[in-house]
Design a protein. Sequence first.
Length: 114
Amino acid sequence: MSAAAAAVPYALARDGVRLAVHLVPKAASDRVVGWAAAADGTVQLKVAVRAAPQAGAANDALLRFLADLLRLPRRQVTLALGATQRRKLVHLAGDPARLERLVAETFAPWLKRP
């Protein structure tokens, strides 16, 4: 298996998990689209939200959507980087090992490559 095939859009942090996201605002629905490979070779989870990218509405929608999907309290899901960009780094606070399993299980259907 190549390094690119093994790449996942998340990494363990000291106090949780960091999730790389490519945000698509103003979509028809809030949903996980799949994975996106960036030009630098990194992999990101591609997420669409209905909210427009104005006054932080799309960021708030993303964080609420991820919290609901992962069944985490909203206060545990924060934006670490990328407030004004489509590429974002979302921090999931909590036990890293438990969160890694949760993220891997939750996003497994979208992370499978053809």
